[in-house]
Ligand binder design. Structure first.
Ligand SMILES: [Ca+2]
Length: 531
């Protein structure tokens, strides 16, 4: 049998929002036909399926939170109501670029628009942008999780710039017009990229309970390659989940890309070590750190001759019998003729080429006999006393440990400073970064449904526009795999057979599987397992 496991119900439910899938023949004039007509037409022309074009008609409705939220923003109203542009300047920067004068707009996606959907777009290159909005009520870190989720589409890819948000720490007189880089935040979260360094930040500002000072704590790096998310010009969903047990999870497109515990996985660590080296302790001058010394009792043996040479003449070697001391190894070739055109005046005196002396070939050798040298068996070199263990060895010196005067133990870093606004304070060398569907809440079901109603639909439209992710199966009895292999090569977990597809579709909605025509949509989060 075939089991179906749905890893992500909300995404799956997004399918139900497709009201009709229209199959238009190329020759169809207006490209859209009604479903009944389509089905009849299709039965007649099953073999022409490869020529078909696809249109997806979808009823997009602006997502509405399905539970309690601290903040939710779709931008579908088409304006920046509720958002405040910073009117201040960045500190410590040249005056001409210090102003937060980068432009923001609310507009549709450049590609794969969903009718009725708009987002917040960062419009200016090489300018500082700062915009923020108050939450409905401050988020207080208590016994409820924090979920922060939003979408980013780097519509022009990203050269150098960030798309992270800051959750601005709560103050009684929060003035968002004064929002700038030094405005205290509780959490910073989201994508950032420069050069080939792709980051997904999760930074929080931890208050030292002893000194009251704040220090930034950074989550370790994600172990996934982030490049594709920042360069594929698609809408990706970024989620941060923090729990009162100090665990955290970071997700992209609902997959965990980094997780850990704030007590163990942040740099620098939340809690300092209990003991430290005593800074006042010094190594005593007579501290003996040499594990070995020369044996003071050793004496040079009497027969040790330091002057014996390393090499001596081999006493067993004699000049071979018949060695021709007076014959040279090479002689002028007596048979070589002088070239006819040799001109003594121009070329100098002619000399015949040298050849091996034939007399030497018949004897052990010619010329000066060199006596071979061998290593001297009596050679000893300079005498050195042997090394022995140092009886006074005290080991490697370490300063003594004392209790760390700055020690504290914060077992609940989750309980950080409450925040009451969300802000984007960004610089980018690439414009057209689109943000959408911000949500801050405590229930995963709420943020998941929000994702299903927003991000998942955008993803589906983008997929449909690529025309490779929809699989049509026209013969309900066929058990063949979908012919479009692109479904697999486009990063989908697997293609499905028509049988699997039928089971799947029937379980979801009879309405999109009628009169033998089924629509099968492969999505990342749906897995089919054959037993
Ligand atoms: Ca929107």
């Amino acid at each position: 049998g075939i089991n179906m496991r749905l890893k992500c119900l909300p995404l799956f439910l997004g399918l139900l929002l497709i009201t009709a899938v229209v199959w238009a023949e190329e020759e169809e004039e207006d490209g859209e036909v009604d479903v009944e007509e389509l089905e009849e037409k299709n039965t007649e022309s099953e073999t022409k399926t490869s020529k078909a074009t696809l249109n997806v008609i979808m009823n997009y409705k602006t997502p509405v939170p399905t539970g309690e939220v601290y903040f939710a923003e779709t931008f579908d109203g088409g304006n920046l109501e509720g958002w405040v542009l910073s009117k201040t300047k960045k500190e410590d920067v040249d005056d001409d670029i210090a102003k937060y004068d980068g432009r923001w707009t609310v507009e549709e996606l450049k590609e794969n628009q969903v009718s009725g959907d708009k987002g917040l777009v960062l419009k200016s290159k090489a300018k500082h942008h700062a915009i923020s909005a108050l939450l409905k009520k401050p988020f207080v870190f208590n016994d409820e999780p924090l979920i922060v989720q939003y979408e980013v589409n780097f519509q022009n890819s990203i050269d150098c710039g960030g798309a992270y948000l800051k959750l601005l720490s709560h103050t009684e007189d929060q003035n968002l017009e004064a929002f700038f880089d030094k405005t205290p935040y509780s959490i910073m979260f989201g994508p950032d990229k420069c050069g080939e360094d792709y980051k997904l930040h999760f930074i929080f500002r931890h208050k030292n309970p002893q000194t009251g000072d704040f220090e930034e704590k950074h989550a370790k790096r994600a172990d996934v390659d982030l490049k594709k998310y920042y360069t594929d010009k698609k809408t990706h969903l970024y989620t941060l989940v923090l729990k009162p047990d100090n665990s955290f999870e970071m997700l992209i497109d609902q997959y965990v890309v980094n997780k850990g515990n704030m007590l163990e996985d942040m740099t620098p660590p939340i809690n300092p070590s209990k003991e430290i080296d005593d800074p006042n302790d010094q190594k005593p001058e007579d501290w003996d750190e040499d594990p070995k010394i020369a044996d003071p009792d050793a004496v040079k043996p009497e027969d040790w001759d330091e002057n014996a040479p390393a090499k001596i003449v081999d006493p067993d070697t004699h000049k071979p019998e018949g060695w021709l001391d007076d014959e040279p190894e090479y002689i002028p070739d007596p048979n070589a003729p002088k070239p006819e055109d040799w001109d003594e005046e121009m070329d100098g005196e002619w000399e015949p080429p040298q050849i091996s002396n034939p007399k030497c070939e018949a004897s052990p050798g010619c010329g000066v006999w060199e006596i071979p040298m061998i290593s001297n068996p009596n050679y000893k070199g300079k005498w050195k006393p042997p090394l022995i263990d140092n009886p006074k060895y005290q080991g490697v010196w370490n300063p003594r440990k004392i209790l760390n005067p700055d020690y504290f133990e914060d077992l609940n870093p989750f309980k950080m400073t409450p925040f009451s606004a969300v802000g984007l304070e960004l610089w980018s060398m690439t414009s057209e970064i689109l943000f959408d569907n911000f949500i801050i809440c405590s229930e995963k079901a709420v943020s998941d449904q929000w994702a299903a109603d927003g991000w998942a639909l955008k993803k589906m439209v983008a997929s449909a526009n690529e025309s490779v992710h929809l699989q049509y199966i026209t013969n309900s009895s066929s058990n063949s795999k979908p012919s479009d292999k692109r479904c697999l090569s486009s990063g989908f977990s697997q293609a499905v057979s028509s049988l699997e597809c039928l089971l799947f579709v029937k379980n979801v909605s009879q309405s999109i599987c009628t009169k033998g025509i089924c629509c099968c949509i492969c999505l990342y989060n749906i897995q089919f397992i054959s037993n």
